[in-house]
Design a protein around this ligand. Sequence first.
Ligand SMILES: [Fe+2]
Ligand SMILES: [Fe+2]
Length: 182
Amino acid sequence: MTILSDLHQDHVNLNKLLAVLSNKLEELKRGEMPNFLLLADAVDYISCYADAYHHPCEDQMYEMFKGAGCPELDEAIVRCIEDHQQLKQRSNDVIEAVECVLTDAVVPMDQFTAKLEAFLNAQIEHLNLEEGTLFPLLEDVATDEQWDKLALELPIMDDPLFGEKQKQRYIDLYTELLRDMH
Ligand SMILES: [Fe+2]
Ligand SMILES: [Fe+2]
């Protein structure tokens, strides 16, 4: 079960960043200008971490438990695998939009705000689907043997360099985002 706890811990960390970013979104809606570089960095972190590490682990886990005889689980798995593709697109949209803001002052702010909001909503909805539906179903269906087998097959979860670098980047980002809050 440590696989699920590790993924759950990622969700907790992610959720904290998303909460601070939601606060930035509110600032934007009030017409205030956030620190765009910092915002882009946070979105980039979420995207890099998820694409390089978190989603590949989940995708492999979902492949293993697909067709386990639980239609509700199968349905949630299909949705989540699709979400992973879509989330990547949404984060790219925000990062591109930030680049436009930084190079061209005439980017309409409401367009930018809409992209950030779509990104945040998609992330939050995805987390809720995994935490609220998929993970509990997996806990019911999966056997200890399957968890053991999966643990051997998964990409190395704690590549020390990648892991440590990401951990530090997370702490730095989170601290800076909090400091930047009004
Ligand atoms: Fe996921
Ligand atoms: Fe996840």
